[in-house]
Design a protein around this ligand. Structure first.
Ligand code: 5GP
Ligand code: 5GP
Ligand code: 5GP
Length: 209
């Protein structure tokens, strides 16, 4: 069969801060395998178009098959943990991400390649070290948006888009980081377009986890 052309221009690698997923009115549940490390985890690797739109659920026939990633499971548990309730082992989260987003990049990778690529990309960033080098730490303190973005730019070479959510008291907090990856998933690039979302404000809480 002829290779399918890509229906996207780049990827977002989206990382989530578990402290901010949990520090909301909805709260969270730890995976059945235990509390994840206090580090940024993967939310997903999402094909996206330069105009901000994106394909989704591209191949219902290619449902997630855990046996295809059996060699990656310990890395996935450590670096792509689920925090949704009720507590689970992560398989549902990974299935959702593969089926909604991964199946839209089948021109580039199969299920194993999708997860392996996302793990490799995350390993290159070391975001928490970049933040720590600039004195930005998950200590429940408040930081400016430019301090957070500047620290990550300094340490990783790339400036992410920062998405905030609200803690139980309504304070804006550092929730997700969007990094951009080229269409071959070979490395990070400057973002062609910013994802939508409301502003963070200039006082951003960085809750502990
Ligand atoms: P939310 O409503 O939480 O912003 O987004 C819900 C879901 O829609 C995300 O988890 C993701 O699956 C998808 N999504 C939201 N924004 C984007 C985007 O800019 N690009 C892509 N590819 N997916 C997105
Ligand atoms: P998206 O927002 O990527 O379309 O969908 C995320 C889906 O995965 C939602 O149904 C959400 O409940 C589920 N999910 C499971 N674990 C997590 C998690 O740790 N973080 C996020 N953001 N969603 C999770
Ligand atoms: P500028 O492009 O001038 O830096 O920012 C324009 C607007 O976008 C400002 O309101 C600024 O706070 C917001 N903004 C810039 N970068 C980010 C980001 O990473 N996350 C969020 N949520 N807003 C941002």
């Amino acid at each position: 069969a002829a290779a399918q052309a890509a229906d996207y221009d780049f990827f977002y690698l989206v990382l989530q801060w578990p402290g901010s997923y949990c520090d909301t009115k909805k709260s969270c549940c730890y995976p059945r395998t235990g509390k994840p490390a206090a580090d940024f985890g993967i939310h997903g690797l999402w094909p996206n178009r330069d105009d901000g739109s994106y394909p989704q659920n591209c191949n219902p026939a290619n449902a997630f098959d855990p046996s295809k990633v059996s060699d990656l499971l310990s890395s996935l548990r450590a670096e792509w943990p689920t925090l949704a309730c009720p507590a689970s082992d992560g398989l549902q989260f990974w299935a959702h991400e593969w089926e909604k987003h991964g199946t839209c990049a089948q021109n580039l990778f199969n299920e194993h390649g999708y997860f392996q690529t996302a793990l490799h990309l995350r390993d290159q960033l070391r975001v928490l070290d970049a933040l720590a080098s600039a004195g930005v730490a998950p200590d429940g303190g408040y930081y400016t948006l430019s301090a957070v973005k500047g620290a990550i730019q300094q340490g990783t070479g790339f400036e992410p888009f920062v998405e905030c959510n609200r803690d139980e008291s309504g304070n804006s907090q550092l929730y997700q980081l969007y990094f951009c990856v080229d269409a071959r998933a070979s490395g990070f690039v400057e973002c062609p377009v910013q994802p939508g979302g409301r502003p963070c404000g200039d006082r951003i809480e960085f809750p502990a986890f």
